[in-house]
Design a protein around this ligand. Sequence first.
Ligand SMILES: [Zn+2]
Length: 548
Amino acid sequence: MQTKTCTECKEDFILEQVDLDFYQKIDVSIPKICPICRAKIRLYFRNEKILYNTTCAKSGHSIVSVFSPNKKDIVYSYDAWFSDDWDALDYGMDYDENRPFFDQLKELFDKVPKPALLHTRSVDSEYLNLAADNKNAYMIFESSNNEDATNCYWIQKCKDVADVSYSDSCELCVNCDNCFNCYRVTDSKSAHNCSDCDFLVDCRGLTNCIGCVNLYQGEYYILNQKYSKEEYYKEKEKLQLDSYEGRNIFKQRFNEFLNSQPQKYAEIVNCINSSGNYLKNMKNCTYTFHGYDAEECRYAEHVLRNAKECVDVSTAGLNAEVIFNSLNSGLDTAHQICAFACWSSTYAFYSGYCFNSNNVFGCFGLRKKEYCILNKQYSKEDYTKIKNHIIEELKTIGKWGEWFPKEMSFFGYNESSAMDQFPLSKDEALAQNFTWEDTERGVYGKETKTWNGLDVFSDQTVLGEIFACTETGKNYRFTEQEINLYKKLHYPLPRLHPDIRLEMRLQKRGKNMLSKRLTQDGKEVLSPIPQSDPRPILSDEEYKKRFL
Ligand SMILES: [Zn+2]
């Protein structure tokens, strides 16, 4: 074990023996910055969901892109970028021993065209990024295999949903987070196998329940009180959850009840020797957030589906193995160090957007290539020689395995995923040598309809109407599938802009940080729940004893 002082935030951090062993195994320099700063700088390189209207540099068509129009990047539409009528190798550069490696890499990254968005095999869908196999989806990110989904983030196999995040196999759900196998559930967090319920937190197997917390198996409960079937429907009628006002009044009652109820120190289910939050079926994963079916991962978020030995990663899945300090490594990837969005690729180092490629070092935008350095093709022998030379050069300055320099990010801090986890003001971001995107987003003052007379959402036509968010004034519309969903669920029209709705759900999920806490039953645990949270925390054993 070693203690070091982070060169970014100046806080001390600990390198555990297991960390040192891993660095030795993959032969990288020992990090000079702490895990939190490492995640922050890495996430600064990913824009998942801030979209702009811009022009495809190849076809001249208007397109939607994660690159703002005022950036110098050459951006191609998805179809143009993935077509065969251009070749990223045409931008190849000879490696110059007399110039710093990162200067040369930045020059390459600046000139190779970039894909406006990354998504694949989607039908009748618009505004998607980092998404695959969706049908009739609108504004969904980091999601796949969904149908009729609007304004969603990190969802899988969901159908007819709006404002749902981090959920799997849900149908007819609105405003839910971390829900699994739910049907007709609204305004809920961490509900599994529930149907016809509203306002649940940490519940399993409920039917016809409203406002329940830590309740396992049951029917006709309101605020954890059991009712007869007749009484339940009578009470439900009184709550008027189909009206905006009724729902708001109940929400306040529910929040008071929720704050009085204990919670487990972290959402960790069926895991061995693991710490973090939102983990399921994990083994030896520490400081890991949002993961399932993975092992030996550390300082990781979003590691799933047979990910193994993924350390310092933000998103690694589907058989990703031995991945270090990388972003969005997926689909049978292995042995990546400092790579982003290199899918189905192995032995990728300091590279981005390389697909089905192996043995690529300092490359961008390659498809089905191997033995390339700075987008130039070499023989295996020459590739190995130059690669080893660059590694030695980086080792002498202690940067082999350190993430790209900040000035190489394509995005402003406020567009990047770092902003969700580590929000900064413009001044703070600039002081920390991040950039800021000043392009104004959103439309204001163009509303065509007010909220008057829309308390109970009936058959009034709102399709095509423009509304103003009651909090920010930002204009937004409802999609047809979204309106139909609200009608089916008798759910009042949300009066906040979809971005604010997501922000509120993310806030409730908490941050990817752990601190030592003492549970109400006297156990010391590593918990993501901040001291400011009014709900008492319980150890796993105590939680099971009380509620299961
Ligand atoms: Zn730090």
